[in-house]
Design a protein around this ligand. Structure first.
Ligand code: GLA
Length: 382
């Protein structure tokens, strides 16, 4: 699947630019557990997957840089000396943001030509934007020998998201996409930005993603609002981030904040604990505990942090009724996108059929089902 993506990108590049490009593959990610904890300096448990962005890039000779988005069949050219975010710029803003981030580090690049294409479903909460940012920062770093480390590159990608896409995201997506390890998930401390890879073997169970194929409008402003609630509460408790708070700490300021905000902060504190328990359960091979933690995480995201939606709740409720599903929860920022499910291998087909039928009946739209492989992070292809 990635092979044909890469082939298409190479072929198109050759046709358009008649040069020999560097080829970068940059994956999307899933997240086992630890949602909305990254920007609270907390813990997350993501993994890079076998879907992503393929990029062909070479130095350009024209006055401008040229980027062709193969999926959209759109060509965009721009000058490097006058970069700012575009209104409704879509994919272009991620690339402009990366270029501007590199320039802000005092590094200089020359004009380039690029073709990219992806196979991560958009809006699914699988970080197609982080994959795109990482592919460009990685490609440009290589092409112009900028000497950036992977840790520096992901900060460029994250700033592109903040300043050019307007989402004040944490570091999880860019980190997982850049540092992913084959067959493993990364137990990541978002404060130190250091991770431990855990080999993932769910025995008779498999991960299955179910995409609601909806993305409710609220998602960006609601995301930034959540982040600001967490920061305000941290300031009130007088700590650097909610990562440092216990429930007791939170209770000392309970009377100063609304019940809604209290629940949001409590969710973050509890979710951080769940990530640590999840890591322990993997080590102890306690698959049932993993499933329960997934359900608890969803409950918190839905009723305390309030980032779920009817479609996601429906999928998780249905998973709960099926004894062959050990656990399920919404994944990513929320308000649409996917649920991640831990399903008995021998029941995958039946579960897929049943849930697809029920979803269609309830909402009149189809959901999509994916299996994913845990894969390595952003890399160059020979
Ligand atoms: C989005 C953001 C991440 C993270 C998740 C929620 O994917 O980009 O930084 O906050 O939402 O866990």
């Amino acid at each position: 699947m990635n092979k044909s993506l890469i082939k298409d990108v190479k072929r198109t590049f050759k046709k358009k630019f008649r040069a020999k490009p560097l080829i970068v593959f940059s994956p999307g990610r899933i997240n086992l557990i630890g949602e909305h904890t990254d920007y609270n300096d907390g813990f997350v448990f993501p993994a890079a997957i076998n879907k992503g962005i393929a990029l062909a890039i070479s130095e350009g000779e024209a006055e401008k840089s040229q980027v062709y988005a193969l999926n959209k069949e759109e060509l965009y050219d721009f000058r490097l000396d006058n970069i700012s975010p575009l209104k409704n710029g879509g994919w272009k803003n991620y690339i402009l943001g990366v270029v501007s981030g590199i320039q802000k580090l005092g590094l200089s690049i020359g004009n380039f030509n690029a073709v990219f294409a992806g196979n991560i479903p958009g809006g699914a909460g699988m970080s197609s934007s982080a994959a795109l940012e990482n592919s460009f920062v990685y490609g440009l770093n290589e092409l112009f020998s900028l000497g950036l480390s992977k840790s520096e590159m992901i900060l460029v990608s994250q700033k592109a998201e903040h300043n050019y896409a307007g989402v004040k995201c944490g570091i999880m997506d860019q980190y997982a996409s850049m540092f992913g390890v084959k067959k493993s998930a990364l137990f990541l401390d978002c404060r130190t930005q250091e991770s431990t890879p855990f080999k993932i073997d769910f025995k008779d169970y498999r991960l299955m993603l179910i995409n609601t194929n909806v993305k409710h409008d609220l998602s960006e402003s609601a995301y930034n609002d959540r982040r600001s609630v967490c920061e305000t509460i941290s300031r009130k408790i007088d700590i650097k981030a909610l990562r440092n708070a216990s429930t007791e700490d939170l209770n000392t300021i309970k009377s100063e904040i609304s019940e809604e905000d209290y629940q949001k902060a409590l969710y973050v504190i509890e979710e951080n604990e769940r990530v640590k328990l999840f890591a322990e359960a993997i080590q102890e091979e306690d698959i049932n505990a993993l499933g329960n933690l997934l359900y608890q995480s969803h409950e918190g995201l839905s009723s305390q942090y309030k980032v779920s939606c009817v479609e996601l709740d429906f999928l998780v409720e249905n998973a709960k009724e099926n004894p062959k599903v050990l656990g399920a929860r919404m994944m990513g920022g929320g308000f649409g996108g996917c649920t991640i499910n831990l399903v008995l291998k021998s029941d995958l087909k039946r579960f897929k059929r049943d849930i697809s039928k029920k979803f269609q009946k309830e909402f009149g739209n189809d959901c999509s089902v994916y299996k994913v492989k845990l894969s390595k992070g952003t890399h160059l292809l020979k």
